[in-house]
Design a protein around this ligand. Structure first.
Ligand SMILES: Nc1ncnc2c1ncn2[C@@H]1O[C@H](COP(=O)(O)OP(=O)(O)OP(=O)(O)O)[C@@H](O)[C@H]1O
Length: 247
């Protein structure tokens, strides 16, 4: 039995009993008197699914993610999601005056903090940088610390907002593999915002395309992993998604 945290339009959070990990219905968001960025959007994500979210620049991907994470308010509509959520952003957002391990357990309570930090830093392959200062890290290392910081909270729902966008191509592939293995190990639900159709198809069980504030395409990806870019089904899905994105 799973208990999730729900944020209704108004009033107190309530417990919801459901096997869905994430439930969104009628979610609408506008800034000022501008057009609706999210327009009566509905979405269900089953527990443990890896979902990739694509959409043109300005289509509302980050707004959806911020709303799901609780960083943005739910003004209209309903959002239910696990209580334990973590978000990894494009920039690692590490505090430069804290060592790597201290950044990982920032805000965490308990005397066993460093031990927990070491555990997750080992998972992301950074045991040798535990005492380092953030400014001495490479871009890929900094993102791995950000991943460790997300994992230390044992998230049931892991959200990733273009976490590899600033990395070089090779580091990006390493990071994609790392995220996949961590997702498998931790058995969490994952939502990845990306601009990269191939990245979405390499990683996700399901790819969504957001347009005009709604889910325009909802595509299951049943290819076994690891996925080959040259596989005919991969190529067919890629052209379907590029077409949906107007490329
Ligand atoms: N705090 C805000 N105030 C006013 N407008 C905003 C705010 N946040 C987002 N917007 C607007 O909402 C729209 C969607 O933005 P959002 O960042 O969600 O898009 P996105 O799909 O993530 O874009 P990108 O791919 O370029 O990162 C944009 O038009 C943006 O200008």
């Amino acid at each position: 039995m799973n208990t999730f945290f729900s944020e209704p339009e108004n009033g107190e959070p309530r417990a919801v009993d459901t096997t869905r990990s994430v439930h969104v219905s009628g979610l609408t968001r506008r800034f000022g008197d501008g057009p609706a960025v999210l327009d009566h959007l509905s979405l269900d994500i089953p527990s443990g699914q890896f979902v990739a979210l694509l959409g043109r620049s300005g289509s509302g991907k980050s707004t959806l993610l911020r709303t799901l994470s609780g960083l943005d308010p739910v003004e209209y509509g309903e959002v239910a999601r696990p209580k334990a959520v973590s978000v990894v952003f494009q920039e690692s957002r590490l505090l430069p005056w804290k060592r790597v391990w201290q950044n990982v357990v920032l805000g965490q309570k308990g005397p066993e903090g460093k031990e927990r930090a070491l555990q997750v830093l080992k998972e992301v392959g950074l045991l040798h940088r535990v005492e380092a200062w953030p400014l001495t890290l490479s871009g890929g290392e900094a993102q791995r610390v950000a991943l460790a910081r997300a994992l230390v909270r044992n998230p049931s729902f892991l959200m990733l907002d273009e976490p590899f966008a600033a990395l070089d191509a090779l580091t990006r592939i390493h990071m994609q593999n790392l995220v996949l293995s961590l997702w498998r190990k931790h058995q969490c639900t994952a939502l990845l915002v990306t601009h990269d159709v191939d990245e979405a198809l390499v990683l996700a069980d399901r790819v969504l395309v957001l347009e005009h504030g709604r889910i325009k395409v909802d595509l299951p990806v049943t290819l076994p992993r690891p996925r080959r870019h040259a596989h005919p089904v991969f190529e067919q899905l890629r052209s379907e998604l590029l077409h949906a994105l107007g490329v």
